[in-house]
Ligand binder design. Sequence first.
Ligand SMILES: *Cc1c(COP(=O)(O)O)cnc(C)c1O
Length: 437
Amino acid sequence: MHFYSTYNANLACDLRTAVLQGLAPDGGLFMPSSFGSLEESVLKKIPSLTFQELSFEMGKTLFADSLPHSILKKVIDEAITFDAPLVPLAHTADTAACELFHGPTLSFKDFGARCMSRLMAHFMEKEEKELSVLVATSGDTGSAVASGFLNVSGIRVYILYPSAGVSDIQEKQLTTYGGNITALEIKGTFDDCQALVKQAFQDTELKNAKMLASANSINIARLFPQTFYYAWACAQHWRLNTKNLPLVCSVPSGNFGNLTAGLIAKRIGIPITRFIAATNINNSVPRYLNTEVFSPHPSHTTISNAMDVGNPSNFARLMELYPNGAQQMKQDIWGVYFTDNETRDAMKRVYETTGYMLDPHGAVAYLGLEAYRHTHPDSVCGIFLETAHPAKFFQTVQNAIGMPPKIPERLSEVAAKEKKSFTLSNQFEDLKNFLLA
Ligand SMILES: *Cc1c(COP(=O)(O)O)cnc(C)c1O
């Protein structure tokens, strides 16, 4: 198996290059040249496997001959150290939350970041130089990357964040690790941080002096591990449910990495009948599915802010999976979007009727499932992905339901720690001198 660029099917590279480069040299996204299929014997035993065992089976099929099984096993055992439980909602028939927030930074991004860091470390083993990972963040990605790379040997991580653009708790999640994680507070905006990272990758002097890698969300090493929890959700669903209803899965989407991973899981054999692409008013993909015209737009700010993406980067991968376009895509994906008021309403309504506390992103996914049921009369079992812990969006949740979410210990511990960061201007020379020093 090799990897090609979504801009050029003839560009071929191996897994190592795809993982360490992140983005293809022509600016496209890396895609695998082929997808295997889970063997019949594996599909049969899914309900009896543990999360780690199932992840290993998924990984063997996806990485194929690109990764020795012993390395794959080590990556999974070190990275997948927490559960992704399927939690049926009380008083609802056939609806369950797939909770993806039990990792160290309380969002599903922990899965991808933790696996990516270990894969990078594996590919750096024979290198003498240290790998410098640069990441620009406005919140969740940065903390998952920081935590995911902490103490991974041979790698130093530089996190660039806008000084006034992240919440206090988010800043603590970025700046309190120490060790091989360096937080750079940039006097500027998130766009400045992104521009600085881009410039660093184009700077010859810097590239000669350092081995640079990017850890943003388009790295293929983050996508593959995200297929694991779809398989695990399916396994748990079969254990909970003896009824043989089709399974649909609602995914709260921004850059559409998470949904792409779900579609890949389906492609290799995980029997999820249909996916729901649920978004906030940043609705380029639901609109595409309804009108067959893709017209990205500048992003709008919402309460589900990790999904405020007007031009989703993984749309290019969706087009690779469905080369015949919207008609073909619609067989697997149904799209729908919601306003902030509808989202707040859902948070309140679900809490009052079932006692379950949704975060704003999970609430969008819940609404997606509900809307699907209203428009598709056939009975289905529904799963919606809960991508973040409600305490990460404390104020929004409290305002919506009138109750403060419980703060998990690992979040309150971080809040009590001391911030360590370096302040830099938004001028590239400043960053370059810092990295070369
Ligand atoms: C990143 C994020 C999303 C969006 O995921 P994509 O893969 O970009 O579609 C949804 N919810 C939360 C909490 C996130 O952090």
